[in-house]
Write a protein that binds this ligand. Structure first.
Ligand SMILES: O=C(O)CCC(=O)C(=O)O
Ligand SMILES: [Fe+2]
Length: 335
């Protein structure tokens, strides 16, 4: 199915920021000690099964305040459906390496930042990845890639449309964690998030009814390397219409009729009016509830000089049994 939408508009920026929890210096020290323990005790590579076992044990020892914030967020993601932890250490004392710029970039060798983002996500659920996306690596790099500027994926630098992560997949992640290890020096690149909880009151009753009907199809994103499996027709608003989940990717979801198209436009408008836009700083860990919120990114201009914006991305889901059918061999990687 052709991607017809023009991604030339910039998203309007409202400037609001979801509630943030800023780590204290003492909590940072605790986290560095915890990460150092993982690096000392764990295997040499992140994608060895023993690494998740090591991080799981360590994650139970996160600072108490962080544990309770994560637990509270898991219980109810709140009106913004985003948890922002700030001041997370991303290195101990070593300098940060240059920002990678190769396609499909992932973290293979454990480091402070990859250990901590994984530990935090493990307190929300089970950490997972997708075999067709970035070779199934558990910790993925979100970096701009030369030649992919116009791609509607994490490798691009044009406006990245609001989306539910891997919306096409039966077992999409319940949470997406994005830890900033190097910020965009220009400040132009902003993580945008909008929750259906904020947007719903702006929608007409008729639009809600249309969005709740199976009048939409969703394609896999380009990061899945061209995998060609469009969803069956599905609704965009799922569950109790007083407080529904949202399932849409404005670059990959296609309405099946004109009324459905109009409802999707109204929804995008409402999501943009209630959107938060955040220029992630080093040590910001944004966790998005992928059932209630969509996310995207404003456009920016990479330099490809080793100093570009760099995030680590880790997915988690709540129910490992539910996805067992997609996890051949029982590992963390879904087909
Ligand atoms: O670059 C960003 O801020 C978000 C990119 C994104 O959507 C993702 O990595 O899933
Ligand atoms: Fe995304």
């Amino acid at each position: 199915m052709p991607r017809t939408r023009e991604h030339t508009l910039t998203l309007p920026v409202t400037g609001t920021t979801p509630d943030a929890v800023t780590l204290t210096d003492a909590e940072r020290d605790e986290l560095i000690a915890l990460a150092s323990g993982v690096l000392a005790a764990g295997p040499a590579l992140i994608d060895e099964p023993a690494w998740l076992d090591t991080v799981r044990d360590a994650s139970a020892m996160l600072p108490r305040r962080i544990l309770s914030e994560l637990r509270r967020f898991r219980h109810d993601a709140g009106p913004d459906a985003v948890l922002l932890l700030r001041n997370v250490p991303v290195v101990a004392s070593d300098p940060l390496p240059e920002t990678p710029s190769v396609p499909g970039s992932v973290e293979r060798v454990p480091a402070v930042a990859s250990a901590l983002v994984t530990a935090a996500m493990m307190q929300l659920g089970e950490v997972i990845a997708y075999r067709s996306e970035k070779t199934g690596a558990l910790v993925q790099n979100v970096v701009p890639v030369p030649g992919s500027e116009n791609s509607q994926s994490n490798a691009g630098s044009v406006l990245l449309e609001l989306h539910v992560e891997n919306a096409f997949h039966d077992n999409k992640p319940d949470y997406v964690g994005l830890l900033c290890v190097r910020e965009d020096a220009t400040g132009d690149a902003k993580l945008c998030t909008s929750s259906i909880r904020r947007a719903l009151p702006l929608l007409s009753e008729r639009t809600v009814a249309v969005l709740a009907a199976p009048r939409f199809l969703t394609e896999p994103p380009p990061s899945f390397g061209g995998l060609n499996s469009v969803t069956p027709a599905h609704p965009i608003l799922v569950g109790d219409l007083e407080d529904p989940n949202i399932l849409v990717d404005f670059a990959a979801t296609h309405p099946l009729d004109d009324e459905a198209a109009a409802a999707m436009s109204e929804l995008r408008e409402a999501l943009m009016r209630t959107m938060s836009a955040l220029a992630l700083r080093v040590g910001d860990l944004a966790v998005v509830d992928n059932r209630l919120a969509v996310h995207g990114r404003t456009s920016f201009t990479p330099r490809y000089d080793g100093q570009d914006r760099w995030l680590h991305r880790v997915y988690a889901h709540l129910d490992h049994r539910r996805s067992r059918v997609d996890r051949k061999g029982g590992g963390a990687v879904l087909d």
